[in-house]
Ligand binder design. Structure first.
Ligand code: HEM
Length: 301
């Protein structure tokens, strides 16, 4: 028969399972999110096994995992704004999962890079020191590692107010990850521009006074600013880092003759938030201190 201590430990372990909520109940939302977090890694592992990754499979896998690292950083940053706009605090349960996934993928990305360099650790270290985009990537990775190891409930309790300050690092980490992505993408920067637009939206939303966030009118304004920021970042990239005329790129952004461009997509993605802002779900009761019921700061804001 289990001792009372053994039973408590077993209950705690059950609660920690990523598909359970804090009360230890199965959560379909968390289980679905977990499956989505694992999907890119499982997909690339499958391609590696079936030989579907072309002539340099490790390089292809490292690119794929790098792409999903930056996407998960953005997803983790987007959870709090989305939970607010949708008025759906349970979404905050997923923030820690998205952040930890980004950390794990970043580590896998570095590991694949090391394997691609035939495990020559000295060479990897020298490359990180000498190539600017790798240095930036490495700093972002160190930052993500710090956030990942402090994402436990015990770390939140131990660090008190310092926890929130440390986790604000997620924003500069996002900027470094995007810069790393831009530099290695060279001339085709469609997805980095789109993600940079979404990042601009996240920053602007953060800077918006809390009282305005409930107003639907904020969201078209933010969408316009998002499209403008993405177009501006794209212009600056072409002006500073390529030999391509940035004015021609900007001219393409001002018309729909060339189809929808990354800045348009970023603006449209931001505009989509107008719908939930107009049809907000009824408010759920919140714990004193502003957290949704049963959430810790690692999960809530
Ligand atoms: C949080 C940290 C990092 C993020 C978010 C990240 C993200 C990315 C992304 C999005 C790409 C481009 C993928 C594509 O084009 O489809 C990339 C490429 C790459 N990353 Fe990272 N990365 C990170 C850290 C690192 C580190 C630490 C290293 C190695 C020291 C590294 C090495 C590379 C290399 C070698 C490439 C491919 C460059 C090429 O095409 O020649 N990254 N990374």
């Amino acid at each position: 028969m289990p001792t009372p201590n053994g039973a408590t430990a077993a209950r705690k372990r059950r609660r920690k399972a990523p598909w359970r909520d804090r009360q230890g109940r199965f959560s379909a939302l968390k289980a679905a999110a977990l499956a989505l977090c694992l999907a890119p890694g499982a997909t690339v592992a499958f391609w590696l096994v079936t030989g579907d990754l072309g002539g340099r499979p490790i390089k292809a896998a490292l690119l794929w995992i790098g792409l999903w690292t930056v996407r998960f950083i953005m997803i983790a940053l987007a959870v709090t704004p989305l939970a607010t706009v949708l008025n759906w605090p349970r979404l905050l349960l997923l923030r820690r999962m998205a952040g930890v996934t980004a950390g794990a993928y970043a580590l896998a990305h570095l590991t694949l890079y090391t394997v691609d360099q035939n495990l020559r650790l000295g060479l990897v270290a020298a490359e990180i020191l000498h190539r600017f985009y790798l240095t930036i990537g490495f700093v972002a990775l160190l930052g993500l590692a710090a956030l990942t190891v402090t994402s436990t409930d015990a770390a939140v309790r131990r660090m008190g107010k310092g926890w929130g300050r440390l986790h604000l690092l997620a924003y500069p980490i996002g900027a470094l990850a995007l810069l790393h992505y831009f530099i290695q993408s060279k001339a085709n920067v469609s997805e980095p521009v789109f993600l940079a637009g979404l990042y601009a939206w996240l920053m602007l939303w953060r800077l918006t006074p809390k009282a305005w966030r409930g107003s639907w009118a904020l969201y078209p304004a933010l969408a316009l600013a998002t499209a403008g920021a993405a177009a501006g970042i794209e212009f600056a990239w072409y002006a500073l880092a390529t030999g391509i005329d940035p004015w021609r790129v900007l001219a393409a952004d001002e018309t729909l003759r060339f189809g929808l461009r990354p800045a348009h997509w970023a603006g449209l993605a931001a505009l989509a938030l107008l719908l939930p802002a107009l049809a907000r779900r009824p408010r759920r009761r919140r714990e004193p201190g502003g957290f949704a019921r049963g959430l810790t700061p690692a999960e809530g804001e």
